[in-house]
Design a protein around this ligand. Sequence first.
Ligand code: MN
Length: 203
Amino acid sequence: MAFTLPNLPYEFAALEPHIDARTMEIHHDKHHAAYVNNLNAALQGTEHEGKTIEELLADISKLPPAVRNNGGGHWNHSMFWTIMGPNAGGTPGGDLGAQIDKTFGSFDEMKKQFAQAATTRFGSGWAWLSLDSDGNLFISSTPNQDNPLMDLAEKKGTPILGLDVWEHAYYLHYQNRRPDYITSWWNTVNWSEVNRRYADAKK
Ligand code: MN
C-alpha cells in the first residue's frame, strides 16, 4: 500500500497571522506531496514496499538516501500539521505541562531551549521535543528531514512536538527572520494533540 498525503486538518488560512495561507498551501500541497510521491517511487518494487513509515525510519541507516529524505519528510510533516491548529497556543497543561516543569524548571525555560535549538540549526532542519526510552523529555534538532525516530539520530526518542525551520516553512512571510517565525509559531501549537502524543509515547 503506497503512502498517501494526509489532508490538512484545517483551512490554509487557519494559522494566520502566524503562518500565512499561501505558505501553508505550497508547504502541504507541493512540498509534502513531493515527499510522499518520491518516497513511494523510492520504495516501489523493493523489499521495503509495504513497511510502515516507523519501520522504515527505525532502520533508515541501511536504506537509500531517497528513503531517508522523503520518508523523514513524510513523517515530519504528517506530525507537523497535527500539532498546530487555529485558536491554539497557550500552555501545555495536563501531564505534559507538569513533566515540562519538572524537566526544564518551567514552560518558559523549555520554550527558550527549544527556540535556541530551532534558531541555531544551520541550514534546513527541525527542532524537537521528544520522549526518550527512559521516559525523559529532551530537546534536540536534526538536519534536513532527519528526526529522532531514525536509528542514526544523535539522540533517539519519540518526538511529540516538532518545528520545521526549512526556509520553505516561513520565507514568504518572514524572509530571513527565522527567530520571528519561531516566536509567532508558539501561538499555533495545539497542546491537546501534543499531550495526546505524550501519553501515547509513554505507553
Ligand atoms: Mn517543510
